[in-house]
Structures are given as C-alpha cells and as structure tokens.
Design a protein around this ligand. Structure first.
Ligand SMILES: C[S@@+](CC[C@H](N)C(=O)[O-])C[C@H]1O[C@@H](n2cnc3c(N)ncnc32)[C@H](O)[C@@H]1O
Length: 293
C-alpha cells in the first residue's frame, strides 16, 4: 500500500480512496509553516486537547483560557455539533456530497468518518488555508472503499478557486445536492472581506437542494470574555470577529430555509439525550443548518 500523498490534478490537491495511513508529518520539514505566529487550526487543536500545536499557539490559548476557561467547552461543543449536523445531513437529509472549508487539523469524528458511517458512498472535499493542515491531510484522506475524499489547500476568501478547483470538480457532482460546511471558520473572516458575499458566492454555485452547515463564535452572552478573546487574537495578528446571532444568521443563511431548530447555541442543535448542557455563555457558539430552495 502506498503511503505518499497522491497528487490528483494540479499541485494543490490530494486524493485518496481507501488508504488508512496515520498522520505523522514532520512539521519542521513542511515549508510554509510559520511557527512564530499562532494559527487558528493549531490553537483550536490545543483547546480540543489535540497534540498538533506550537509554543506560540499554546501561549495564545493559555492567555485566553486564563480569562475565559470555558473555551475548551466551546471547542468541544462546536465539534460535537459538527458531528450531529453531518449525521443529520447524511441520514435524514440524504446528502452524499460535502465540501468542508476550514477543516481544521484531523481530529476525532472527521466529516468523512461521520458521513460514511451513515452513507458509505459519501464523498468529501476538504479545504483549509493552514499549511499544517495540508501536512496532516493524509489523515483526512482515509476514505472508506465506497466513498472518496480529497484535500486542497485553499482560502475561503476566494471561494470560486475552491469550487472550481479540478479536485472539487472531479469529486463532486454539481448537478446533485452538496452540503457546504463552514463550521467555526466565518469568525476568521473580517467584515471588510465581506463574509456574506463569500457565502452567497459559494451557495450560488451549488444546485437547489444543497445545504449550508455553519457555526460562529459569539460574544453575545459574555461581552467581556468575547472582547478579551478578540483582543488576544488580534494582538497576535489573527483576524477574529465575533458576531451576534442576528448578524451570523444574516450573513450565512439569508435566502435559505433553516432546518429546525434554526440558528441556536450549538449545544441546543438537536442534542443527543436530555442531559444537562452548558450555559449559553459557556458555549458562545451559534450554529445552524439550512437548505437552498
Ligand atoms: C477553529 S478551526 C475549525 C475546524 C473545524 N471546522 C471544526 O469546527 O472542528 C478553524 C479552521 O479554519 C481555518 N481557516 C481560517 N481562516 C481560513 C480561510 N480564510 N480559509 C480557509 N480556512 C481558514 C483554520 O486554518 C482552521 O483550520
């Protein structure tokens, strides 16, 4: 069995059908990784209890945790929401194709694992702009034999480059519904980069019956904690923009049919069981799923 990442078409894309290799990239050997500045994929990985982060990422997250200890809860609740929503899309909604932009570092419950557990033929295209995610992409490419996955290095601020990439076009059938996943990524898009236009451009390219699954960090229930997290990110040169639920709903879901329960705290989106859930302030993440009419 080959273990190298397979170039598909063009230099940016990788594709794998069924090759369960582990992700043990030598980070120091990967060009383009800036270890002097924190990066969202790595700080999030640290908050989730992962192992793929550098000192600078830990320093930033520790600073934020000192003010807002609930950040780990936020990351975990967001990730659990992603899993429940993908399960819904692959199951009840019958979606077989996914485009996950802002994938993050491979973690428990990657989108293809969740989707293919429900629908083994599910296809997933992943895209992220962090070179470290690219270095670990093999772990995102361990598709089951009936489905397929691809990874491409791309930036959400140029959605058409991702949508028109040969890897995307060869894996996804644009005559059939596609679920666009923008989970915990839109808050890294500044207002001046027009996140609403970015989402609209991406959704325009998808056929009717497609879905958007999105989540977004908010300061609505903890203004002081939110402001401090935003400052900490920005002091390190990372764009970070908290938004209230109405702003998020407007920029992400305008013109779409929201699936019940609508835009809610991620913990409240079709939770498993009836056990106690963290408070709105502890979660500080909104999420929703909507269908393109
Ligand atoms: C907090 S992680 C979320 C990972 C995953 N979606 C989840 O919710 O578990 C945010 C990811 O978005 C990526 N990201 C940030 N800005 C981006 C951009 N402009 N284009 C593509 N990816 C971006 C980061 O590199 C990081 O991997």
């Amino acid at each position: 069995m080959a273990t190298a990442i397979l170039p598909l078409v063009g230099a940016k894309a990788t594709e794998r059908r069924a090759d369960p290799v582990s992700s043990q990239a030598d980070e120091s050997a990967v060009p383009g990784i800036d270890v002097s500045r924190p990066h969202p994929a790595r700080t999030y990985n640290y908050a989730l209890g992962g192992k793929d982060h550098f000192a600078v990422d830990r320093a930033l997250m520790d600073k934020m945790l000192a003010v807002t200890p609930a950040i780990r809860t936020m990351a975990r609740e967001n990730r659990a929401f992603l899993g429940r929503a993908v399960r819904y899309l692959a199951g009840e909604a019958g979606v077989r194709q996914f485009l996950d932009i802002g994938t993050g570092l491979p973690s428990a419950g990657n989108v293809h694992e969740v989707a293919q557990a429900v629908a083994p033929t599910a296809r997933v295209v992943y895209a992220d702009n962090d070179p470290l995610v690219l270095a670990h992409a093999r772990a995102l490419l361990t598709s089951g034999p009936e489905g397929r996955t691809a990874y491409l290095h791309g930036d959400l601020r140029d959605p058409l480059a991702i949508l028109n990439d040969p890897a995307t076009r060869s894996l996804l059938d644009f005559t059939q519904p596609i679920a666009l996943i923008l989970v915990a990524v839109l808050h890294f898009i500044a207002d001046e980069d027009k996140p609403g236009d970015i989402v609209a451009t991406a959704l325009d390219a998808l056929p009717p019956g497609s879905y958007l699954l999105a989540s977004h960090s908010t300061g609505e229930h903890d203004r002081a904690g939110g402001a401090s997290a935003m400052r900490a990110y920005r002091d390190q040169g990372v764009t970070f923009q908290l938004r209230d639920s109405d702003e998020f709903a407007r920029l992400a879901f305008a013109g779409l049919d929201l699936i019940p329960p609508g835009v809610v705290s991620v913990s409240e989106w079709r939770p498993n069981g009836t056990g106690p859930r963290p408070s709105l302030a502890e979660v500080s993440f909104y999420g929703g799923v909507a269908r393109k009419p």
